[in-house]
Design a protein around this ligand. Structure first.
Ligand SMILES: Cc1cc2nc3c(=O)[nH]c(=O)nc-3n(C[C@H](O)[C@H](O)[C@H](O)COP(=O)(O)O)c2cc1C
Length: 208
């Protein structure tokens, strides 16, 4: 089935930072931040490193929920593994984030195990490519917009441009390194418009 996830601010093949909620075999809830990619025709994809609770729960239960939110505390508490019970609700036998602007429940269809490539860290841990089908989409807030981190990197580069022109060499190298890293991220996660904007910004840095 085709889903129009543009209502959630989600475009096909781009990456969005979301909160993934899962249940263990024993029904213990877990929430963590992970990237989601919509592949079209109801198919979604995420990549999870070996060793996380989320991965174990997904391997055991073959289902998960993706909560679309831009709540800074939900991201932080989920990442620091201290999201309290009051943040959870339940739907369709799944743990979800209470009052989240939107959520997607996913049935896992296929899992591939790979050695990691194209990531900025060295790790011996395998990465699990998880392919699933959307079971259900719920929108609680029509203004929902999934978070794409390309925009954060672009804005940081724009802010630093005026500083880049006036600082010493060591600081310039620091700004350039950040810009190169943000360009790498944008190439991986963002839309054409953001990639185009970043290319223009990079050219401007190179002139100075
Ligand atoms: C915004 C954000 C996005 C993340 N995306 C991923 C991802 O796509 N894949 C991954 O393996 N880890 C990702 N992480 C790191 C995991 O959240 C982290 O490994 C976490 O400790 C796993 O927790 P768990 O053991 O409760 O599942 C991300 C972290 C943040 C803050």
């Amino acid at each position: 089935m085709e889903y129009d996830l543009s209502k959630l601010g989600i475009e096909k093949d781009l990456h969005y930072e979301c909160i993934t909620t899962t249940l263990s075999k024993n029904g213990i809830r877990n929430a963590e931040a992970f990237s989601l990619v919509y592949l079209g025709k109801g198919n979604v994809h995420c990549q999870i490193f070996e060793g996380s609770k989320t991965l174990k729960n997904i391997l055991d239960t073959k289902e998960y929920a993706v909560n679309i939110t831009q709540d800074p505390l939900v991201f932080t508490y989920a990442t620091l593994d201290c999201l309290g019970d009051e943040y959870y609700a339940e739907d369709d036998g799944m743990a979800i984030i209470k009052d989240t602007p939107s959520y997607i429940i996913v049935d896992v269809e296929d899992i591939e195990v790979k050695t990691p490539e194209d990531i900025p860290i060295k790790s011996d841990n395998n990465i699990y490519l998880i392919y699933g089908k959307i079971r259900k989409v719920v929108i609680n807030d029509e203004s929902v917009k999934a978070y794409n981190r390309g925009m954060s990197g672009l804005i940081e580069g724009l802010v630093n441009l005026s500083r880049y022109k006036i600082v010493d060499d060591a600081k310039r190298q620091e700004y350039m390194a950040k810009l190169i890293e943000n360009q790498r991220i944008i190439e991986k996660v963002s839309d054409k418009k953001t990639k185009n904007a970043m290319a223009k910004l990079m050219a401007e840095y190179e002139k100075n």
